[in-house]
Write a new protein. Structure first.
Lengths: 250, 303
């Protein structure tokens, strides 16, 4: 059987290093805050709009639009490409996820206060598409499938671009004493992921971390974002390191 | 079936676009129709895309589309064995469609066939050593004999050896040109280009008649990487365009295969190995990567 490493390692070149904590990096999502701020505008909004946000976000890679990683992350689920492409993109997306989780389980667990019991995903905001493509992708990897459980369904309130909400999602069960790793494919403003994290926590779960595959950056937004992006592009990406510590013991 | 009005509309859009042409390709691919973009019924899910759509609608008129229809027909009339394909045509190459910065249209001389998707780009310096040329030719012959289409850039040096080697192996080769489809650069390769057209295809993302401008070659390199499953770098110094080509391929999530000798000689190649490139020693190594890359596993394991 093919290993996720065989697929993920050659994709090193489509990934962009996520910075470790330092000045000029959002303490929550590792994006680019405004000058003099510790937290970016989007995270400030998202985390103040819900009761129990998760302050540990561990993106695997940054990306801009357009880019190859964006193409994979978008079209593994867009329905705009024929099934053969979609399957291929899905295998690539989940290999990046699985290989990263395998390499960094320990750092994520340590930073998040302990190992997780379950992984879950954010339900699709378009319920008509059925099972979310990310869930289908996760099912491809036995080790992820075993940890995975759908714990959320769409709630009664809408979730918007800068509108996080406790009631955007509801937990499907009480989750006292359950430690959860929340996976998502992309992270833009965090409104969706923080709404989901809060819903899990309200149901009693401890959300260890939010783990998005890609955190989008818009270098043309302002000079800070442009400088931030160019600095990160100059740092060669490696699956051996993550944004929780600059040199990872593995 | 090629729809000439859609093609003409696409050319009108690219002519009007202030943004890179691949962003136009994204918009029309999303809309599924160029006319939908022109008529203002297409939507984009990004703000940047929405602004570009509005700009394209402002800048184009139905008269421009009509004018492009006659331009295309007049141009193709003079080039009887050349066809025009766009990102909306099913004939658009499968490997190329996967990359984010694919060109919205291509001119093709000769034939592209489904089997050309099992392809490797063989690239290297224009100032190749006799040893480098020999190696490129030998490798291309061996790949061609195993039914792999050899993609290269029709340049002097390694490119020329790669195309010639594939033809000698009795196989197929595709040349991605940095000029219009009706020009050859270097001019010495005109006879080689004829042979490639007969046993493969010449492709160009530039309008016929386009001279070999320096700015064309980085765009040509994008398509060379895009057309293939992976790129083999034979001989290339740290400053050569072939190194850039390897970087493009890594950024496309394509396989980059570095010959062992190159890795031993060139520091940049060692760096690329840490960025996901693979060191290969034999044709068998390359075939193994190619076949693994073309199969989509239904199940994956961690180790």
């Amino acid at each position: 059987m093919t290993s996720v490493a065989e697929i993920a390692i050659p994709l090193t070149g489509i990934c962009t290093t996520v910075p470790d904590p330092r000045a000029g990096v959002c303490l929550i999502c590792r994006g680019c805050p405004g000058p003099g701020y510790d937290v970016c505008y989007a995270c400030h909004h998202a985390t103040s709009q819900v009761s129990l946000p998760c302050s540990l976000v561990v993106p695997i890679s940054l990306y801009e639009i357009p880019s190859q990683l964006h193409k994979f992350l978008r079209h593994y689920k867009s329905g705009k490409y024929p099934a053969a492409y979609q399957n291929d993109f899905s295998v690539r997306v989940v290999s990046i996820l699985a290989y990263f989780v395998m390499k960094h389980t320990e750092c994520i667990a340590t930073s998040g206060g302990g190992m997780w019991d379950l992984m879950t995903t954010v339900p699709s905001s378009k319920p008509q598409i059925g099972v979310h493509a990310l869930v289908t992708a996760i099912q491809r990897v036995g080790a992820l499938r075993k940890q995975y459980e759908p714990l959320l369904r769409l709630g009664s309130r809408p979730v918007g671009h800068l509108q996080a909400n406790d009631r955007a999602f509801d937990a499907t069960q009480r989750l006292e004493g359950t430690r959860v790793l929340l996976i998502d494919d992309t992270y833009t403003t965090g409104a969706t992921a923080q709404s989901a994290a809060s819903a899990l926590a309200i149901a009693g779960a401890t959300v260890v971390a939010i783990l998005p595959i890609g955190r989008v950056i818009n270098p043309s937004f302002n000079q800070e974002n442009k400088d931030y992006w160019e600095r990160q592009r100059r740092m060669p990406f490696s699956f051996d390191t993550c944004c929780l510590e600059s040199v990872d013991a593995g | 079936m090629i729809d000439r009005r859609e093609q003409a509309a696409l050319l009108a859009l690219t002519e009007a676009s202030p943004a890179p042409w691949h962003e136009v390709a994204d918009l029309v691919e999303d809309a599924g129709s160029v006319m939908a973009v022109l008529e203002g019924t297409a939507q984009s899910y990004t703000q940047k895309g929405t602004e570009l759509l509005a700009e394209l609608v402002r800048q184009t008129t139905p008269a421009m589309v009509d004018s492009w229809i006659s331009t295309i027909e007049m141009t193709l009339e003079q080039l009887p064995d050349v066809s025009l394909i766009t990102v909306l045509d099913p004939e658009y190459p499968e490997n190329l469609r996967r990359i984010y910065n694919r060109p919205p249209f291509l001119f093709v001389r000769g034939q592209l066939i489904d089997e050309d998707n099992r392809s490797v780009a063989v690239v290297g310096t224009r100032r190749a050593s006799p040893e480098g040329r020999k190696r490129a030719r030998f490798l291309a012959t061996a790949l061609a004999q195993r039914g792999v289409t050899v993609v290269s850039g029709l340049a002097a040096g390694i490119d020329t050896s790669a195309h010639s080697g594939a033809l000698e192996g009795g196989g197929r080769t595709v040349a991605v040109m940095g000029t219009g489809i009706d020009r050859t650069y270097p001019a010495d390769n005109a006879a080689l280009a004829e042979r490639i057209a007969a046993h493969g295809a010449l492709i160009s993302q530039f309008w016929p008649g386009t001279p070999p401008r320096a700015t064309n070659f980085p765009l040509r390199n994008v398509v060379t990487s895009g057309m293939a499953v992976g790129t083999v770098v034979i001989e290339a110094s740290g400053k050569s365009g072939a190194r850039m080509q390897a970087r493009l391929a890594l950024e496309h999530g394509k396989r980059v295969l570095l010959m062992k000798d190159l890795v031993m000689q060139e520091e940049w190649a060692q760096l690329y190995e840490r960025r996901g490139a693979k060191v290969v020693e034999s044709v068998e190594d390359i075939l193994a990567v190619l076949d693994a890359e073309r199969s989509v596993p239904t199940a994956l394991q961690l180790f």
